[in-house]
Every structure is written in C-alpha cells, then in structure tokens.
Design a protein around this ligand. Structure first.
Ligand code: SF4
Length: 762
C-alpha cells in the first residue's frame, strides 16, 4: 500500500476502549492533525469521547519506545531487532533448558483485547512457551463473568449483553458506562443510548456505592454497601419466586436447575438482607416487581460486581435474574451477539458442546486452579519469590503493567526486580517494563490494521468494521505480529532468526485444515490448498481475519455465498457493515454438555454457603471503612496518564471520602491522607464528597507513576498513588481466582499523624 504525503482524511475504529467508535482522522503524511467522530460510522454515528482525540498525542508521544531496547546496567540502549532477539534467545533458552518451561511466566495486559495482532498471535507465543504460568489482566477484571458464562452457557464469551436500544428497563450494578463507555457490552455512545432509553419511557436503575455520573442520570440510584450485590440479587430472585413472578419465556424448554435456584434463594428475603446491603426491603421488592413486569428488561453487572469477594456468584445471579424474568435472549432483554468472525458459540455442533472446565492444573505455591488456561494473577508474585522447583525465573509481558494493575503491588514490584530475565512487548518504559532486559516495541497504531475481534463478540448490534493501515512502516519499525511470531520461534527452539512468515503459513494451514474437516462448516469438504491459495494475497493478522470472516456466520464461504462477508467487503465499507439487531440464539448458541442453560451450576450453588457466612461478618462490620474503585472518562489503561490531554486540569487521583467519615477521621478536603490496608499504604489528597455512601472511600486505579526508572514524563508529573498497593494478594474470589479490589477494609490517617496512631488519628 502506498500513502502519498500530504493532507487526507481516513477512517479508523478507535482502539482506546471497548466502545469501538469510528474516528475521522485528518492526516498530513504520518501526522494526525485532527480527530473527529465519524458521522457515517454504522455503529457510533459520530460519537467520540475525549480519549479518542488523544490518539494524536499517543502516536506522537516522545516517550514512546520506537526501537528495541536492551538493558545495559541500569540503563537501556537501542539495538537492532537481530541483537534484541539474540539477547532473548541467550537469556531465555538456557534458563528454560535448565529449569523447565514453567520457569517462564507470561503476562498479557488488557490492551491485547483491542489488538488484532495480539488476539491472533498471542496463542502462538503461549503454545511455544508451553508453560502453566500464564497470567493476564482478566483475573483483575472480568474473569468472574467469563466463568459464570462458561458454567451457564458453555463458553467464556457467551456473555449476554443488554439489548439497550430496545429495552424498557435496565438495572445496572457496579458499572458506570457514562465514564467507561461500556464494558463487556460494546456500544458506542452509551450516554446517548441510555438517554434515548429514558426518553422513550424506559427506566434506568443504578446500584452502586457511589453516585456516579450514570447514577446521576438514572431514574433511581440504590447506594448499595460494597460487596453485598449477591445478597441483593438473591433477594430479588427470592421475591420473584415468592410472588409468583418467575416466567422463563421462550427459553423455558432449555433451562436446567430452576428448582435449585428457588431453594437456594428462599432464605434471602429482602428483610434478611436489607441491613447488610443498605437497601430497604420495600425497595428490593419493588425493584423485583418492576423488573418482572417491564415489557422488556435487562440486568447488567460490571467491574464492581466482578472485583469483589463474590464476583462469580454475583455475575451468575445477574443472569439468573435475566432468565427468571423471561428476559434472556429476547429483544429488549439480555441477548447474545452473533459476531462476524464466529467464536466458541458458533463453531462445533449447534446447541451442545464440551462446556467449560476449570482446574486442569494448579499454581505451584497456593494451589489455585487455572481458568480458561490461565492462573490467577494474585499468584504471580509468590510464584516468582517462593524458592523451590518450578519457581518462575523469567517473565514475558505483552502490553501489560502488572506493577500497577495487580494486587499487592509493592510485592509485585519487588518480585519483578528479582527476575533473572524479562522481555516486554510494550510501547513504554513503565513501572513494569523498567525491569525488562529487552523491550520490543509495536509499530505505530496507524501502521497496523485494526479489527475488534473480541469486542464485536459482545456488541449490542451485530457489526463488523475493519480499519486498514493508514501509514507505511518507517525504517526499523516492525509489525507486532512478526515480533510475536519471532518470539514464538525463539520459545519453540528455532533460535533468534525464526522465520515469522513460515510460522504464519503454518498457522493458516492449520486453521484451513480444521475448517474443511469440521462438520457443519461452510467450507466443509473443500480442498484446503484452494482456500490457502485464495488467502495468499494477504499476510499476518489480515490473512487470518479474512479467513475468519469468510468462514464465519455471515461469510462468503470462499465463493459459496457471493453476498457473504470477506475482508475485501469490509475494505469496501470504511464506515463498517451493520449486520442488524441481535437475534434470539437459544438453543443454537449453547455449548453446555447438556445442551441446556445451567441455571444452577453446582459451584455457584455451593458458594452460597460462603456468602451465608459472610452475611454475618458484613452485617457486624458496619463502621469499617471500605475501598471501592472509580472510573474516569479520561482514563482507562495506566499508559493513558502519559498523554497531556488526558491528565490536564484538576488532579484526579484523589480519595473520595463522605463528609461524615471525614469528620470522624479528622481528614480535611484538599489535605493529604494516608490510606492504609492490611497490604500497604498510600498517601493522596482527600476530596470530601457525598457522592460516596458513608463508610465507603473511593480511589481510581492505574496511578502511581513516581517510580524510578520509568520513562513516562507526563505521567511522572501527574503521578498519583497506586491503589493496588492496598489490595491484599490473599483476597480473591475462589470460583474464578479473580482478585478482590473492591470492598477492602481501610483506615484513614491524616499524614500529620504518625503511622501507628489509631484510626481516629488521636
Ligand atoms: S468512547 Fe472509547 S472507542 Fe469511543 S472515542 Fe472514546 S475511547 Fe475511543
């Protein structure tokens, strides 16, 4: 592709959050001169948030790593790609030969979910590494939802999303889509969609310990006590049964376990939970009735429901409510996307599958089970630090910053510093990658193609939009997919000069072979050579994407359906292709062994006992301050704090404290306070506000950029404090291994008072 210099306009999907907005980019050569929302985008219709415009600063950021870096004592020096890979081979190969594959751990950060190359080729790196020590940001985020979806519907991404454009009632728990723009629910312009829902007579109810922007815009805000959502949801379920409101609707023939759910919910009457949840029984009853009687309704839970001690239980109950009110899989309810590239619930035999199994292996030190092939990241630091056979001695991070993003962050930083060898695929020298021995940068965003493979699986409409590369690679820049395959080659023992093209050919040949031999595939029985030939004009992720589109639910089947999708079709539609409203998909999307919705998975039902025990603890702990997170519209990943446009203005890394608590603990607005937990302590400014309920303090995550060795100048000037220093590494949701970041007991101590003074600061 050739790109003439000079001014031009191009279109591209924003990769900075899950909303997949279309951007109109004004370019002058390689430089972005203006970013606007793309009004013709079939999904976002011109919407964009302040982060979208930051793409210009991100591409031009002088702190970005542009060439491979090799550690040289305390510093890094730029080296050639060959030198970098030779260093990796020298650093990793003997270490793995001596100590085994498990001596190498891999950590995948959240940006991989927005990266076509990562989603296609990380698998090759993991397979070549052959280690059980695979970790990701999923276990500080959405793993509970993936586990409950796997147990109920048979696949990790079989997560129902609210059909927000057609619903009449939306109950949101632990989410703030006015700031996040939606998560596990891909929907550009969430503010507009929620306002439209209300304008057409719908009702928005927000359950959150904070009066978020979304709560402010809602019809009703229920300020729940942190980590008690499962009790609240069980009480809603109890009312549905007690008041004869359960109606499964069209999915009724496909539901197992309804009686078990009734039995388990029976004791959780609204009166029995109101004191613990902080929501009165009458409101709980009314909410259950409204939910059941709305023409179409959806319950949606997000980060606050996942990063708590009952994350999987809560995630499960969200969908129990969707099923019990007849809202699962119906227009206006909670529905399943049918993504253009297919997925775990479009392949194989429709309506049946192997389901999800967990715990096929366990972590060495604590014995925690794996989930979907990865171990909980709460285990990573101890796997590095604990001596003995199988200790993690080397680490590869791919677009991740575990030093900031994972629990017990102080310990994690010590653990990273102790590694024998570390490789990071990253665009910054950040709090994590400063420990690396080799850093391999990605190419600029505009030099790569983009397609939201993962996010379009959770979209509230069926859509497909491909963004081609807009600029040529400059000297020394290498596409990340080639870097990943070359790294996979090193890990597979091919040496530093592994042939990425040959590995890519092998991957494509394997995919094609699987498709032509798979019963029910739209290319079943076709000649593999012919298909490989048809794909030959492309390489890398684009070739794989073309294959996935053509063999996907709307695909052209390599000529079988001339009107079907292919990458060429998407290239001809720069504003995307709208494939319509979500359609009912049960039973064909189910992949449970029974072919049924498992409404009462044994693990969830059994976990209610833990909740029962905690009810007493939670009820008696009124008066204890607990920490919750906070999302800001101008922040998402920690690296966004290096973009001036996203950190300008008033400091946002503050602790929100309710006026009553401020008075009780002697802290003053604008003054610094020490926030202390069993794991550690941080100091940051206080913001007194009644937007948090009494007993709750709130700190945003992803900050704490005052670390020696990191090379992010803007972030360092706006350092903030790392909230994960406060999250204990021994707190996790046992059903998913997810870290507990919300509901942690903390103390506030004015900084003028010596550490060790009591909570009142006297
Ligand atoms: S909402 Fe998300 S996808 Fe849309 S412009 Fe903002 S960051 Fe980009």
């Amino acid at each position: 592709m050739s790109h003439a210099d000079g001014a031009r306009v191009a279109y591209r999907t924003c990769h900075l959050c899950e909303a997949t907005c279309g951007l109109e980019l004004h370019l002058d050569g390689r430089e972005i001169t203006l970013v606007r929302g793309d009004r013709a985008d079939v999904f976002s219709h011109g919407f964009l948030c302040p982060k979208g415009t930051a793409l210009k600063q991100l591409e031009a950021d002088p702190d970005r790593v542009r060439q491979p870096l090799l550690r040289d004592g305390e510093r890094f020096r730029e080296v050639s790609w060959d030198e970098a890979f030779e260093a990796i081979d020298t650093g990793l190969s003997p270490l793995r030969e001596r100590h085994g594959n498990d001596a190498l751990a891999i950590y995948l950060g959240n940006p991989n979910a927005h990266n076509l190359a990562g989603l296609v080729y990380n698998r090759a790196v993991l397979q070549a590494a052959g280690t059980r020590n695979v970790y990701s940001a999923s276990t500080v985020d959405q793993m509970p939802k993936q586990v409950s979806a796997g147990m109920m519907f048979g696949a990790a991404l079989s997560i129902p999303v609210p059909d927000i454009d057609r619903t009449d009632y939306l109950l949101i728990l632990g989410a703030n889509p006015f700031a996040s723009n939606g998560s596990l629910m891909t929907a550009p312009d969430m503010p507009g969609r929620l306002r439209n829902m209300r304008a057409r007579g719908g009702k928005l109810v927000v359950v959150d310990p904070r009066r978020t922007k979304t709560a402010e815009e809602a019809d009703e805000h229920l300020p729940i006590r942190p980590a008690t959502d499962a009790l609240f949801l069980l009480a809603l379920v109890e009312v549905l049964f007690a008041d004869d409101l359960v109606d499964l609707g069209a999915v009724a023939p496909y539901v197992n376990g309804l009686d078990d759910v009734r039995d388990v919910a029976r004791e959780f009457t609204p009166e029995s939970v109101e004191h613990v949840c902080g929501i009165d029984a009458a409101t709980i009853r009314r909410t259950a009735h409204e939910l059941a009687r709305a023409p179409a309704a959806a319950v949606y839970g997000r980060i606050g429901t996942c990063t708590q001690e009952f994350g999987t239980l809560t995630s499960w109950l969200v969908d129990v409510l969707n099923v019990c009110t007849g809202n699962l899989d119906r227009p206006g309810g909670a529905m399943f996307t049918l993504p253009a590239t297919g997925g775990a619930n479009t392949g194989g035999t429709p309506g049946k599958g192997r389901g999800a199994t967990f715990g096929r292996r366990r972590s060495r030190v604590r014995g925690l089970p794996e989930f979907y092939g990865e171990l909980p990241v709460v285990c990573l630091a101890e796997e590095i630090e604990t001596p003995g056979e199988g200790r993690v001695r080397a680490l590869i991070t791919v677009a991740g910053n575990p030093a900031v993003s994972t629990p017990d962050a102080a310990r994690m930083q010590r653990a990273l510093a102790s590694l024998d060898f570390m490789v990071s695929l990253d665009m910054y020298v950040n709090e994590t990658t400063r420990h690396a021995h080799v850093i391999l940068p990605p190419e600029p965003e505009l030099a790569r193609g983009h397609y939201d493979l993962a996010l379009y699986s959770l979209a509230i409409r069926n859509v497909a939009n491909y963004s081609p590369p807009l600029v040529e690679l400059a000297g020394g820049e290498v596409p990340e997919w080639r870097t990943m395959l070359r790294l996979a080659g090193v890990l597979a023992g091919m040496g530093a000069h592994a042939d990425a093209d040959a590995l890519d050919d092998g991957i494509v040949a394997g995919l094609v072979h699987k498709a032509v031999t798979r019963s029910g595939s739209n290319v079943e029985g076709r000649a593999a050579d012919e298909l490989v030939q048809a794909l030959a004009a492309r390489r890398g992720p684009e070739r794989v994407l073309d294959f996935m589109l053509r063999t996907g639910p709307y695909g052209d089947g390599f000529g079988a359906d001339p009107d079907g999708l292919s990458l060429a079709v998407l290239e001809a539609h720069p504003h995307g292709v709208d494939l319509g409203h979500l359609q009912p998909r049960i039973p064909e999307m189910l992949r449970t062994p029974s072919g049924m919705i498992e409404l009462a998975p044994r693990a969830c039902v059994d976990d209610v006992e833990r909740l029962r025990a905690a009810r007493l603890r939670l009820d008696s702990s009124n008066g204890v301050l607990v920490l919750v997170g906070r999302r800001d519209l101008r922040s998402n990943n920690s690296w966004m704090h290096n973009l001036p446009v996203l950190v300008k203005g008033k400091a946002r890394c503050t602790v929100h404290v309710h006026p009553e608590d401020a008075q009780r603990h002697g802290v003053r607005d604008g003054h610094e306070v020490r926030v202390r937990s069993s794991a550690g302590e941080i100091v940051l400014p206080v913001e007194i506000t009644d937007s948090v309920r009494p007993g709750v303090v709130s700190i945003p995550h992803g900050w704490g950029h005052d670390t020696d060795g990191a090379q992010m100048q803007t972030a360092a000037r706006n350092a903030g404090a790392n909230s994960n220093v406060l999250s204990p590494g021994d707190l996790y949701d046992p059903l998913s291994g997810n870290a507990v970041l919300s509901g942690i007991a903390v103390e506030l101590v004015p900084v003028a008072v010596a550490v060790g003074a009591d909570v009142d600061g006297r």
